[in-house]
Design a protein around this ligand. Structure first.
Ligand code: SAT
Ligand code: MN
Length: 598
C-alpha cells in the first residue's frame, strides 16, 4: 500500500506500515496540500454528508459539519500522559503506563479503518524550514480532520523534504472508530514523540497539531530544549509613531483569547493612530533571542475559535475572517439561505433552521438561561485561515517571531482578582501564573462555571509534572537577560448584582496601554499586597459610557479576606500538585499571605 510514497524516510514508512497493519484501511492517501486534492476531498465529504457545502455566494469556500452529540468538547478525563514513570506525568495529569496504554488502544484501533481510507497528513507547526518549526505526521480516517488540518497547520510534501531522513517528527494516529465515549482516549507518549487519539471526531481531541502536539508534546520538548510552549495569544500594539510592541496573554479556553488577539481599538485610540495586529490567538512558542529578549512565534496557521458570542461588535475581525474558506462545526444551519447562525451573532435568528444536533430548530423556544435550547452548541467553532484575518500582523510569517514586552495571565473571576496588576519580578510573575484560577467553560466536558485553579491556563495542556513545569518557568527566568514583565488581568469582575463592571472587548485596549506604559517605565504604580496596582486615574476611561473613576476603583479593589481564602485554596492545590512544587513558589505564597495579613 505504500508504493509511490513521496518520501524514502524509513522511520516514516515503517511507522505508517505498522499503523496501517493495525488499523487495516483499504487504502492510504498522502495529503499534498494542493487545492486540487483538497477540493476532491471536499466533494467526497459533501457526498457522504460529512460536511455540507454552504451558500457559496454569501460564504465562499465555507462548509458546515456536525459532530456526534456525545462528542463536542475536549475530554480531560480521558486525556493521558503516558510517561514511563507516573511521577513524570505528575498528579494533575491522568497517567497510564505506555505498555498498558498501547495494549488497550491497540484493541480499539485494530481493524477500525476497514473499508476506509487512511490519510497521511505531513504538517509543520511553524514555518517550514525555520529553525523554530517542528514537524508532524497525522494519520486519520476522517476527511473533516484533513480539511481542518489544512487550515490550522502548514501541510504539504515540503514538510517531508524538511524532515528528510530524520526520525525527528511527531507521530500522530487518529481513528474515529465507533465514536464510543466509554472508549475515547487522547493519549500522549512524550518520550516517544507519539500521540494516539481514538473514538472522537471533535477538534481539540483530533486535530493533533493543536493541543496535543503544540502544547502537551511541545511543552515537554521545550523543557528539555530551553524554550516554552504556552497557551497564549500574541498581539502587537502599533503606536502612532509606527513602533509596535508585542504581548502574549494566557487565558483558559473560551475566555476571550481570540477576541483580545483581534481587538479593535476604541475610537479614542484609533483616532490617534493606534492599531492592533494579531499574530496568534491560542498558542505561543517562546525562545530567548540573540538580543536577550523573549521571542514568540505562533506555530499555527489558522484559528479554531468559539462561534457563539462572535459578532460585528464583539469581534468584527473574527467574523470577517470566517466569511470565506471556513469550516463551521456545530452551529445552526439556516436552511432558508443555506448559511449559518449562532447565539449572539445578531438579533435575527433564522426562521427555518436545523440545530447543532441536526434537528429542526425553533428560535422562539430559545431561552437564554437554558443552554439545552441553544441552536448552536456553546462550544461550536469556526476553523478559519489566519491569512483571511483583516488585522493579521505582517510578522505572522516571520520565522523569527516577535519580541515580547509583556506576558499577561488572565482568568474568568467574578470576584477577588482585580482588573489588572503587575508582578514584582519574573519569579513573582511565575507565581502569579501558578495561582491562576478561572470559572470553567464549555470548551471541556464537565460542569460549567465553577472556579478551578488553572495555572498559566495550562492545566489541561502540560505534558509533564506541573511542579516541574513551574520549575522550568523559574529556570527560564534565569536565562532571559531582558525578560518581559508579567501581569494579571480579569475582565470578568461583577458587581453585587452579577453585572460585569468592565465593558471588555475593544476597551481592553485601555488596560493593555497601562501594561505597555509600565513595561516602558513611563508610569507609576501603587504597591499592594498582591503586586503593583494602577492608580485608578491611569486607566483611561475617556469615551466610556458606563464606567466612572469609582467603577475603576471598585475594579481595582483587593479584598484581603477573599484573597486569604484563595491562599488556602492555593495551598491545597500546591499540595495536590505535590512534591515537585519549587520552594521559590512556597516562599512567594508565604510572603503573599504575610502581606495580606498586615
Ligand atoms: O478544542 S480545542 O482544544 O481545540 C480549543 C480549546 O479548548 O481551547
Ligand atoms: Mn485554547
Amino acid at each position: 500500500m505504500l508504493k509511490n510514497s513521496p518520501t524514502n524516510n524509513e522511520y516514516i514508512l515503517s511507522w505508517i506500515g505498522e499503523m496501517a497493519e493495525m488499523c487495516a484501511p483499504d487504502k492510504i492517501v498522502w495529503i499534498d496540500g494542493s487545492e486540487e486534492q483538497t477540493e476532491a476531498l471536499r466533494t467526497e465529504a459533501c457526498a457522504s454528508g460529512e460536511i455540507i457545502k454552504l451558500n457559496q455566494e454569501k460564504l465562499p469556500g465555507c462548509y458546515l459539519h456536525r459532530t456526534a452529540i456525545n462528542d463536542v468538547a475536549r475530554v480531560e478525563g480521558r486525556t493521558f500522559i503516558c510517561t514511563r514513570t507516573k511521577e513524570d506525568a505528575g498528579n494533575i495529569n491522568n497517567w497510564m503506563s505506555p505498555d498498558e496504554c498501547k495494549e488497550k488502544l491497540t484493541k480499539l484501533y485494530r481493524g477500525s479503518m476497514k473499508g476506509q481510507t487512511m490519510y497521511v497528513i505531513p504538517y509543520s507547526m511553524g514555518i517550514v524550514g525555520s529553525p523554530f518549526a517542528k514537524y508532524g505526521i497525522e494519520l486519520t480516517d476522517s476527511i473533516y480532520v484533513v480539511l481542518n488540518m489544512l487550515i490550522m497547520t502548514r501541510v504539504g510534501f515540503d514538510v517531508l523534504y524538511a524532515i528528510c531522513d530524520s526520525p525527528d517528527y511527531i507521530k500522530g494516529l487518529h481513528a474515529r472508530a465507533q465514536l464510543d465515549e466509554e472508549n475515547r482516549y487522547i493519549v500522549h507518549f512524550p518520550e516517544e514523540n507519539t500521540i494516539w487519539s481514538v473514538n472522537s471526531g471533535y477538534g481539540g481531541n483530533v486535530l493533533l497539531g493543536k493541543k496535543c502536539f503544540a502544547l502537551r508534546i511541545a511543552s515537554y520538548l521545550g523543557r528539555h530544549e530551553n524554550w516554552m510552549a504556552e497557551h497564549m495569544l500574541i498581539l502587537g500594539v502599533e503606536y502612532p509613531n509606527g513602533e509596535t510592541k508585542y504581548v502574549c496573554a494566557a487565558f483558559p479556553s473560551a475566555c476571550g483569547k481570540t477576541n483580545l488577539a483581534m481587538l479593535i481599538p476604541p475610537e479614542y485610540y484609533s483616532k490617534k493612530g493606534y492599531k492592533v495586529h494579531c499574530v496568534g490567538d491560542d498558542i505561543a512558542w517562546l525562545r530567548v533571542g540573540d538580543d536577550g529578549r523573549l521571542w514568540a512565534v505562533n506555530p499555527e496557521n489558522g484559528f479554531f475559535g468559539v462561534a457563539p458570542g462572535t459578532n460585528e461588535k464583539t469581534n468584527p475581525n473574527a467574523l470577517h475572517t470566517t466569511l470565506k474558506d471556513t469550516i463551521f462545526t456545530n452551529v445552526v444551519h439556516n436552511t432558508k439561505d443555506n448559511t449559518v447562525w449562532w447565539e449572539g451573532l445578531d438579533k435575527n435568528p433564522p426562521t427555518e433552521a436545523i440545530d447543532w444536533m441536526g434537528r429542526p430548530w425553533d428560535y422562539r423556544k430559545y431561552d437564554k438561561n437554558d443552554k439545552s435550547t441553544c441552536g448552536a452548541h456553546p462550544n461550536s467553532r469556526f476553523t478559519a485561515k489566519a491569512t483571511n484575518c483583516p488585522c493579521l500582523s505582517e510578522e505572522f510569517n516571520n520565522p523569527m517571531g516577535v519580541p515580547i514586552s509583556a506576558i499577561i495571565f488572565g482568568g474568568r473571576r467574578a470576584k477577588t482578582a482585580p482588573l489588572v496588576y503587575q508582578s514584582t519580578s519574573w519569579q513573582n510573575g511565575a507565581f502569579v501564573g501558578s495561582i491562576m484560577a478561572s470559572e470553567t467553560t464549555a470548551a471541556a466536558s464537565g460542569v460549567v462555571g465553577v472556579v478551578r485553579r488553572d495555572p498559566m491556563a495550562m492545566r489541561p495542556f502540560v505534558g509533564y509534572d506541573m511542579g516541574d513545569y513551574w520549575q522550568h518557568w523559574l529556570n527560564m527566568g534565569k536565562i532571559i537577560p531582558n525578560p518581559p514583565k508579567i501581569f494579571h488581568v480579569n475582565w470578568f469582575r461583577t458587581d453585587g448584582e452579577g453585572n460585569f463592571l468592565w465593558p471588555g472587548f475593544g476597551d481592553n485596549m485601555r488596560v493593555l496601554m497601562w501594561i505597555l506604559a509600565r513595561c516602558e517605565e513611563k508610569i507609576d504604580a501603587r504597591e499592594s499586597a498582591i503586586g503593583y496596582l494602577p492608580h485608578p486615574e491611569d486607566i483611561c476611561i475617556e469615551g466610556l459610557k458606563n464606567v466612572t473613576l469609582d467603577t475603576v476603583k471598585e475594579l481595582l479593589e483587593v479584598d484581603a479576606k477573599s484573597w486569604l481564602e484563595d491562599v488556602e485554596n492555593i495551598k491545597a492545590f500546591y499540595e495536590q500538585v505535590g512534591e515537585r512544587v519549587p520552594n521559590e513558589l512556597y516562599t512567594e505564597l508565604e510572603a503573599l499571605e504575610n502581606r495580606l495579613k498586615k
